[in-house]
Design a protein around this ligand. Structure first.
Ligand code: ADP
Length: 675
């Protein structure tokens, strides 16, 4: 007996003993696996001439034995080798055991969630079975194998002898469940009933594209005997017949109005192995030179590996109901990689190898159209169901921002309108357009602050001072935010109230409006500005003048302070936005393209050594009492004191902005010296 790994055991235990009421979905999982196994064999036959597949007979078969209390799901798909049995069924959650450990650390909580996240579909069989065995023969192998497990400790793998009744002559798998004993609370006998199985197949697996067959009992009139008299009464008899239980009609070929939402949901869950309903379902029907149907889904939750390298995007590609590719990556742009779905086109040539497919111009045309459709669907979600949209954005928003960044801003027209950011003023998520519409007259830029903690950003002195001017600040807490903004450079807001060149023009317009003309609007390009950038340019002319004068008057002081800090800063100067004794005594800003936050992100990345650094400027609040202390130290020629004060002001400015100080020990010693 081979033992399950510890985390597998924990997960199994969690799942089997969870009070998950919806046990019956185990059948959907096994049928999906069977269907995938047939797909794999079928796809092999497209590229491998030796794989001769009898397409007519590809099928999934259900059978049960009431006395033995077994239920069997058979397929004539690709089967599994000993290695595959070990890898696929031996290590539960093989793809995500590390993540599982983490998720499992917090609490037993939502077992179902865990099941869904790690794709342990096969193991759901243990919710109803006390033992599961898989008799399988891989394509091209002359060996038949049996994997058996009670789902508790481990499993065994052994060869099946040719004289064993279970022996398979051809490739495929039989998954045999020995059902659990009935308890007071649960009867497992129902899975040994024709009626229940039929019902489960039509409910959960109706659109599986291979026939799901089962022997069913039917009743028919006996033939009338030749010598029957006038008083002959018709007699009935039972007989058995192999029936196909599922409709198999591709759901995407049906008119959307003829399909119930639950049917789409079941199709989505069984086809894409998700446990949650999709957040959005939509269809696309294209006519013209290239005809195709698409059925697309936005998942309700991000798969755990979405941001990992293993994640493969793509849509299922069919040609006239026949699967040609399971994950056709060319049909989706990277930033919509989370979309699942099916595309079916009679115009895409069958039997075409993958290489030629990739260069297929038809695919490119489809991709563009699909991309547009997804964008408009997301826009409509944003405008009609904000709550759902925010949830969507929480799941997938990062990818959209990344899409703008990685296209160097080329995709901003497509994507910028879909982004949400946290508004410091309204304490909720807003779009850039909403931000622009709420701007007071005279505001010229979109202001944002970037860092890893929203509360701390809200407390930054410069954020407060921008807010005090009546301007909103977007608080950005994702790594990618600032890179996305830098790639965008600006945002064009639509339909803002027109700004007139001079009073005369404004008055003329007001007059026209009084006479019934509509208020004029304009599209305006707004710069995206980090509040920590040196050239914030928010100070009034007077404030700027005052700052300039103070800087000039204190040239000697600032020179000495810069010397004290050495290369840490490019210069020390008077702040134009910290102007009252109540404001912070100092702040750090960055000049040039690299902001302080970007520096943080880049220096945590793989190329830390080469990462560009921000050009730092220490800004001093000339109205703050500490400024007088600095001046006094300078006048007294007390170099040590000046260096101490400067270093403290610099470090505390870094701390309030959530940035690390270069030498925490020195900082602590400096504070002590002061005391
Ligand atoms: P998932 O289907 O989400 O990958 P499962 O736990 O259901 O996870 O199955 C694990 C793997 O076992 C599958 O990916 C597949 O490779 C293999 N497998 C399961 N059932 C079959 C089957 N009937 N025929 C061939 N391979 C199968």
């Amino acid at each position: 007996m081979r033992k399950f790994k510890t985390e597998s055991k924990k997960l199994l235990d969690l799942m089997i003993n969870s009070i998950y009421t919806n046990r019956e979905i185990f059948l959907r999982e096994l049928i999906s696996n069977a269907s995938d196994a047939i797909d794999k064999l079928y796809l092999k036959s497209l590229t491998d001439a030796s794989a001769q597949v009898d397409q007519e007979n590809l099928a999934i078969t259900l059978s049960f034995d009431k006395d033995a209390r077994t239920l069997t799901v058979s397929d004539n798909g690709i089967g599994m080798t000993a290695d595959e049995l070990e890898k696929n069924l031996g290590t539960i959650a093989h793809s995500g055991s590390e993540e599982f450990k983490e998720a499992n650390a917090d609490k037993q909580g939502d077992a179902v969630d865990i099941i869904g996240r790690f794709g342990v579909g096969f193991y759901s069989a243990f919710m109803v079975a006390k033992e599961v065995s898989v008799v399988t023969r891989a394509f091209g192998s002359d060996e038949c194998l049996r994997w058996t497990s009670d789902g508790i400790e481990g499993y065994t793998i052994e060869p099946v002898a040719a004289d064993d009744p279970a022996y398979r002559e051809t490739c495929g798998s039989d998954v045999i469940l020995t059902l659990k004993d009935n308890t007071d609370d649960a009867s497992y006998d129902e899975y040994l009933s024709e009626y229940t199985l039929k019902d489960l197949v039509t409910r959960y697996s109706n659109y599986v594209r291979y026939p799901v067959k089962m022997m069913v009992t039917k009743s028919r009139q006996k033939e009338k005997p030749a010598d029957a008299g006038d008083d002959y009464k018709p007699e009935w008899e039972d007989y058995q017949e192999l029936d196909t239980l599922n409709s198999m009609t591709p759901i995407w070929k049906k008119h959307a109005s003829d399909v119930k939402p639950e049917e789409y949901n079941e199709f989505y869950k069984s086809t894409f192995h998700d446990w949650e309903d999709p957040a959005r379902t939509f269809t696309l029907h294209a006519e013209g030179a290239l005809e195709y149907d698409a059925l697309l889904f936005i998942p309700g939750k991000a798969p755990f590996d979405l941001y990992s390298r293993d994640y493969e995007k793509g849509l299922e590609l069919y040609s006239s109901n026949v699967l040609i590719m399971e994950k056709c990556a060319d049909l989706l742009p990277d930033y919509y990689n989370f979309v699942r779905g099916v595309v079916d086109s009679a115009d895409v040539t069958l039997n075409i190898s993958r290489e030629t497919l990739q260069q297929n111009r038809q695919l490119q045309a489809m991709e563009r159209r699909i991309e547009k459709k997804i964008t408009s669907e997301l826009e409509s979600m944003r405008d009609t169901d904000r709550e759902a949209y925010e949830k969507f954005f929480g799941n997938f928003g990062r990818g959209l921002k990344y899409g703008i960044y990685s296209s160097y801003g080329m995709k901003k027209d497509e994507l910028a309108g879909l982004l949400l950011f946290w508004s410091a003023k309204n304490e909720k998520y807003v779009t850039l357009q909403e931000y622009a519409e709420a701007m007071p007259e005279g505001q010229k830029a979109v202001y944002y602050a970037a860092g890893d903690d929203r509360d701390r950003l809200a407390k930054m002195p410069v954020v407060k001072s921008v807010l005090a001017k009546g301007y909103d600040v977007l608080l950005c807490t994702e790594d990618v935010d600032e890179f996305c903004f830098q790639a965008m450079r600006d945002f064009t807001a639509k339909g803002l109230p027109k700004v007139y060149a001079d009073d005369a023009a404004r008055e003329a317009a007001e007059k026209a409006q009084a006479d019934g003309a509509e208020a004029e609007t304009e599209d305006r390009s707004l710069e995206l500005k980090n509040v920590s950038s040196g050239d914030l340019d928010l100070a009034s002319d007077e404030e700027k003048k005052a700052a300039d004068e103070a800087a000039k008057a204190n040239e000697g002081l600032f020179g000495a302070m810069k010397d004290a800090l050495g290369d840490a800063v490019a210069k020390v100067t008077v702040s134009a936005h910290l102007t009252s004794a109540d404001d912070a005594p100092s702040s750090v800003s960055a000049e040039g393209p690299v902001s302080l936050e970007m520096e943080q992100v880049l220096s945590a990345g793989p190329d830390a050594a080469q990462a560009p650094k921000a050009t730092r400027v220490l800004e001093i609040n000339a109205a703050h009492p500490v400024f007088a202390k600095l001046q006094a130290a300078e006048e007294a020629g007390d170099k040590d004191k000046l260096a101490l004060y400067t270093s403290l002001l610099y470090d505390q400015a870094l701390l309030t902005e959530g940035l690390p100080v270069a030498d925490p020990v020195a900082f602590a010693q400096n504070v002590c010296k002061l005391m």
